[in-house]
Design a protein around this ligand. Structure first.
Ligand code: SF4
Length: 120
């Protein structure tokens, strides 16, 4: 079965677009249902250290499908392009999930929706 990873990113935790949700509760809801193989929260994936984190993570063989719940998915693809190239990770296996301006329950639903039925 494909290994799925979920990264949560909320603009350092102080952006107004993410103030309605509790990002730890979002991650815990997905963890509890074992919908993915791992979850991590990163403060700023589009910063230089975020790029380094992504390329280091994806160079390993633990991720077949990567889900990133954060800002606009189209922007995410552009911002993570270098990290994907550096690690050899195909963007076909990347799934950006928009969670801006959502509360905790809405963000969980958006992530679950992108994972598909039973997280398959
Ligand atoms: S990747 Fe998106 S959500 Fe994360 S810090 Fe950058 S702009 Fe904000």
């Amino acid at each position: 079965m494909a290994n799925k990873g979920l990264l949560l990113c909320v603009c350092q935790g102080n952006c107004p677009s993410f103030q309605k949700m509790n990002i730890f509760d979002v991650g815990n809801a997905v963890r509890r249902e074992k919908l993915v193989d791992y979850i991590a929260i990163h403060p700023q994936l589009c910063a230089t250290d975020g790029d380094r984190f992504l390329s280091t993570l994806l160079k390993g063989e633990s991720t077949d499908e990567l889900y990133v719940a954060a800002c606009d998915p189209t922007m995410q693809v552009k911002m993570f392009r270098d990290a994907f190239a550096e690690s050899g990770f195909s963007k076909e296996h990347f799934h950006g999930v928009e969670i801006r301006n959502m509360d905790t329950a809405q963000a969980v639903d958006a992530i679950k929706g992108s994972l598909g039925p039973q997280g398959s």
